[in-house]
Design a protein around this ligand. Structure first.
Ligand SMILES: [Zn+2]
Length: 152
């Protein structure tokens, strides 16, 4: 979904991120040809790009229906205890939704819809698994801790 940039700030890795109107953030890395934003390094450059429109993948995350009830909560998974099916393509049981909550680190989350959509989940962004859809869930880098909440 297209969202306008409201402002910029440096994240904890000292990289510039754009704060979008929706509340999500996008890392602005000058990395041609994937991302062209040489201007990000100067205050003047950043000022000139307030209001620009960015693709916000986070806004494309499915939304849990409000009428659901929490059924169960999984154990906390870490590197080494992540079920193999999460890597191979995971589907929830029939009619069940799930929410992935990251406690620590970064988790790669791919929804095999048409077209497939990839997200990097962290403490601020949780993942949503819709029933009947295949998902890949794996560590993005380093240590990660996360759990799933199942809803019906
Ligand atoms: Zn957004």
């Amino acid at each position: 979904m297209k969202r306008a940039i409201e402002k910029f700030h440096l994240d904890r890795f000292q990289e510039w991120v754009a704060d979008l109107e929706c509340g999500h953030v996008v890392t602005m890395r000058h990395n041609p040809p994937y991302q062209e934003c040489k201007w990000i390094g100067t205050a003047k450059g950043r000022q000139a790009h307030i209001g620009d429109v960015q693709e916000c993948v986070n806004c494309d995350m499915p939304v849990l229906p409000e009428s659901l009830n929490l059924l169960e909560v999984s154990p906390v998974y870490k590197k080494g205890s992540i079920p193999e099916e999460f890597y191979l393509g995971y589907k929830t049981d029939l009619g069940r939704w799930a929410k992935i909550v990251v406690k620590k680190g970064l988790l790669q989350f791919v929804i095999h819809s048409e077209p497939a959509q990839g997200f990097v989940l962290d403490e601020r962004l949780f993942g949503v698994l819709a029933p009947g859809v295949c998902h890949d869930i794996k560590p993005a880098m380093g240590d990660v801790e996360f759990y799933l909440e199942y809803y019906q």
